[in-house]
Design a protein around this ligand. Structure first.
Ligand code: AKB
Length: 314
């Protein structure tokens, strides 16, 4: 058996930072190459500056380093994507196609690629949205994620690439800020609350969206990637759920711990994006196929977020 060698593309992003650390804990630092398009000097361990759109550089790196698994996390999220539709399409689709081509040609063991609840559109069920349902996204990000799911399934069926994927809800982390997403308010709110400032929320108070605390997202990813191949029955992407809340629910949970916290609602163009997504997700396939079970609800997440951010400030 070949030794495991993992390449994480987009390793400096919100999910990439934490997933790289978790993979290094699991496989050893030397077995995980972090890659991103920026130069950096903060990440410990092997790091390569790489643009996933440069096919030749990516193919050479994979061959040279004898990479066996790729986690492709580089993407433009929903809100930024709506403002840069062609660049978002290029990065989100071409990046994936490059990785799938290389995975097939160089016979990689596994590929991970994140999809999103953004694959669902205004016609999808609003509550407990099922795995297989009417899916017609109306953002470029959502269209790229839905198309990417089909590309993954195609490469699995036609080329035998063991590509696995999750439809992440909005991710909330205390370690790395997100960028360009519609669910990002649920991270920014904590910084304003701890600074004692009014938080100006770009969504309406009752806009309920599916969310997940980062430790759950990292664990779900590792569990899916560790699952025996035959148990991974969904080869487009798995629905994944943990909690659903609106800005007003989150504000109330923060106010229970910081009574002076103040929030104002000033919805902008991101409201239409949020309105097109389901309020909650049904993840029965993930639970049945590889035993998914979330660990954090709204209260547990808020307690830990405030605690971690406060500790970092001391
Ligand atoms: C976004 O808001 O664009 C992302 C997502 C739900 O995929 N967090």
């Amino acid at each position: 058996m070949k030794p495991v060698k993992i390449l994480v593309i987009g390793a400096l992003g919100q999910l990439g930072t934490e997933l790289t650390a978790a993979l290094r804990k699991q496989h050893g630092s030397h077995a995980v190459i972090a890659a991103d398009r920026h130069t950096q000097d903060t990440v410990q361990g092997p790091y390569v500056q790489l643009d996933v759109l440069n096919f030749g550089a990516l193919a050479d790196l994979v061959r040279r380093e004898k990479v066996t698994q790729i986690y492709l996390l580089a993407a433009m999220l929903s809100a930024s994507g709506e403002q840069n539709i062609h660049a978002a399409w290029e990065l989100n689709m071409q990046g994936l196609i490059h990785v799938l081509k290389i995975a097939a040609a160089q016979r990689l063991d596994k590929v991970f690629w994140p999809s999103s609840i953004a694959v669902f559109g205004p016609g999808s069920p609003k509550h407990l949205c099922p795995q297989d349902t009417f899916i017609q996204p109306n953002t470029i990000y959502g269209i790229s994620k839905r198309s990417g799911e089909y590309w993954c399934n195609y490469y699995f069926e036609k080329h035998g690439v063991d590509v696995r994927s999750l439809r992440y809800p909005g991710l909330i982390s205390h370690s790395t800020p997100p960028g360009g997403g519609t669910t990002d308010y649920a991270v920014d709110i904590f910084y304003k609350a701890l600074d004692g400032q009014t938080f100006r929320c770009f969504l309406k108070e009752d806009t309920c969206l599916p969310m997940m605390y980062m430790p759950d997202a990292v664990r779900a990813t590792l569990e899916l990637m560790e699952a025996p191949k035959e148990q991974v029955r969904v080869r487009t992407s798995y629905n994944l759920a943990a909690m659903s809340f609106s800005p007003c629910d989150l504000a109330a949970a923060i106010r229970e711990r910081l009574p002076a916290f103040d929030i104002q609602y000033e919805p902008d163009y991101r409201q239409a994006i949020a309105d097109s997504w389901p309020a909650s997700i049904q993840d029965a396939s993930a639970r049945q196929d590889w035993g998914w079970k979330p660990g954090y609800d709204l209260n547990a997440m808020v307690t830990e977020m405030l605690q971690q951010l406060q500790e970092r400030r001391q």
